[in-house]
Design a protein around this ligand. Structure first.
Ligand code: KG4
Ligand code: ZN
Length: 334
């Protein structure tokens, strides 16, 4: 019998719905929220309101594109956390109402696990166990993925996430939110060796990005003291140099983890895995070190409901259903 799953994602500033039939994504409909751009970051209250306005048409369009009616669904999968509480509440309340009215099960999904499982949307898929560098706006982790629902965090950031480092640096450069994609675009015309920023000394597989942010701030203060237009004149080189520093920090720890675990199936996931410099560097390191590398399609790097639907599918196969009193969790244990 076919399994039809509706996936819903609303943990931050993307409202997304996807339909999956027997493990295959049939539709994935994501609406971004432009309302945050002028504030330089996501405003939680505005995110909740936008999800409220978007969720019904987003789900409707996902079902319509898939050629399904609600009555055709077998389960609803939704992001439970981590994320913005008010934003999660919109998706979860909607998903619960949907599941309850249809008399079908609810599947609750861990957002960071879903980023990892985005690798099972399309082929080729990584073989277990694999290492995944999961880099987003809120998280930076190296995870050993032993099975679809069995993951162990080896290391994570002790302060800012990699995406946050991109977004906060962009703000200092006068680049609007979300800064990561624009830094990536400007970096392509810059010299990545133009400026040198120190890398943090953090033991093991953990990361730190707050020192980098401070060193960029001091550097900009020094340079703009004598030339007010320093940033605009050197934007491309600045972006390329910052991007190189962040990617070097990420790849160094990934290499360390690969060496220590002996695992050579290596993946990247999350919004920052859309970064062209990181994608290129991972491929190069893969060739040098004999790794099989896995890089998600752009549509499955940043937040999307396809990854929620696919994660829900693996839970469905294990009868791992949620009860209707499940709560959204701003912080969610692994
Ligand atoms: O996974 P995601 O969509 O949301 C969270 O779960 O946080 O990640 C969003 C983050 C933002 O910080 C954004 O600036 C960053 O991913 N990002 C990028 C790129 N595209 C998105 N960072 C660097 N280069 C990119 N091309
Ligand atoms: Zn995410």
């Amino acid at each position: 019998m076919s399994v039809h799953i509706l996936g819903i994602e609303s943990s931050c500033d993307e409202t997304s719905a996807a339909v999956l039939i027997d493990g295959q994504i049939i539709s994935n409909n994501t609406v971004n929220q432009d309302v945050h751009a002028k504030y330089g970051g996501v405003v939680p209250e505005l995110a909740s309101r936008a999800h409220m306005a978007n969720i019904v048409p987003v789900v409707h369009d996902a079902l319509h594109t898939a050629g399904l009616l609600p009555a055709n669904l077998d389960a609803v999968a939704v992001t439970q956390g981590p994320g913005l509480l008010g934003a999660l509440m919109v998706g979860m309340s909607y998903a619960k109402g949907f599941a309850m009215s249809l008399g079908i099960p609810l599947l609750t999904v861990h957002h960071m696990h879903a980023h990892v499982l985005a690798h099972f949307i399309d082929k080729p898929v990584p073989r277990f166990p694999f290492l995944c560098l999961t880099v987003s706006g809120g998280h930076t982790q190296i995870v050993i993925v032993k099975d679809y629902l069995d993951m162990q965090v080896l290391g994570e950031t002790i302060d800012d996430a990699a995406g946050e480092a991109y977004d906060k640096t962009a703000k200092m450069f006068g680049i609007p939110y979300p800064g990561g994609p624009l830094i990536d675009r400007f970096a392509q015309q810059g010299n990545e060796n133009a400026y040198h920023f120190p890398e943090p000394r953090v033991p093991g597989y953990d990361f730190s990005f707050s020192g980098l942010k401070t060193s960029i701030l001091y550097f900009l203060q020094k340079m703009t003291a004598t030339d007010q237009d320093f940033v605009s004149k050197n934007k491309h080189d600045l972006c390329a140099s910052v991007q190189k520093t962040i990617n070097d920090i990420l790849i160094k720890k990934l290499k360390l983890a690969a060496r220590a675990t002996g695992i050579s199936e290596i993946a990247i996931a999350g919004g920052v895995s859309a970064n062209s410099g990181l994608r290129k560097k991972l491929s190069e390191e893969g060739e040098k070190n004999g790794w099989n590398t896995y890089i998600p399609k752009f549509a499955y790097c940043t937040d999307n409901a396809a990854m929620i639907a696919v994660s829900g599918y693996y839970k469905y196969l294990k009868n791992d259903f949620a009860t209707l009193n499940a709560k959204p969790l701003a912080r969610m244990p692994e």
